[in-house]
Design a protein around this ligand. Structure first.
Ligand code: THU
Length: 161
């Protein structure tokens, strides 16, 4: 029997439609792109998370001369949150980026590896994580759960006896 999967997301022309709290978070993600270490790709990514307690955590991509050693902003953020606030789940993550010396208008979607890492956090804390995705200006997408970005994910079920 044929099955179908779909999910809903919000799309806004710019950040004016966001709540003040969400707009502030996106502004922070845009601001921290400046803290990226991306001398190889020149693609500067910033992520900012608001935790359930209200605390703020950020991450940026950190590259390496041995290219595969580099790590995305999203996973730097997850590690940062896990050690600073171990029992405080992430409520919302905003992600932005820009190529060196240029702006960006199209939302950035987390890579496959980061989707897997984001999903694990949702499972671990039994709580969906909202994602706010946008370039340095223009269109904004809001997704209610990282899980919708990775259907049929490997969740580790069956790993443990
Ligand atoms: N990158 C991120 O930090 N997050 C993403 O969602 C996509 C890609 C980084 C990895 C690398 O440093 C650069 O962007 C180009 O791929």
């Amino acid at each position: 029997m044929t099955q179908q999967l779909s999910f809903s997301y919000e799309e806004w022309p710019d950040d004016a439609a966001l709540s003040e709290q969400d707009r502030t978070l996106l502004e922070e993600a845009r601001r921290v792109t400046e803290l990226a270490y991306a001398p190889y790709s020149n693609f500067w990514v910033g992520a900012a998370a608001r935790l359930v307690s209200g605390s703020l955590v950020v991450g940026t991509n950190q590259e390496n001369a041995s290219y595969p050693v580099g790590i995305c902003a999203e996973r730097v953020l997850l590690g940062h949150a896990a050690v600073r606030f171990p029992n405080d789940p992430i409520e919302t993550i905003a992600i932005s980026y820009h190529p060196k010396d240029r702006s960006s208008q199209i939302p950035l979607y987390p890579c496959g590896m980061c989707r897997q890492a984001l999903l694990e956090q949702e499972i671990r804390f039994q709580r969906p994580m909202r994602l706010i995705l946008s370039g340095m200006e223009g269109k904004v997408h809001v997704i209610e759960s990282a899980q919708s970005l990775l259907p049929f994910a490997f969740t580790g079920q069956g790993l443990r006896s």
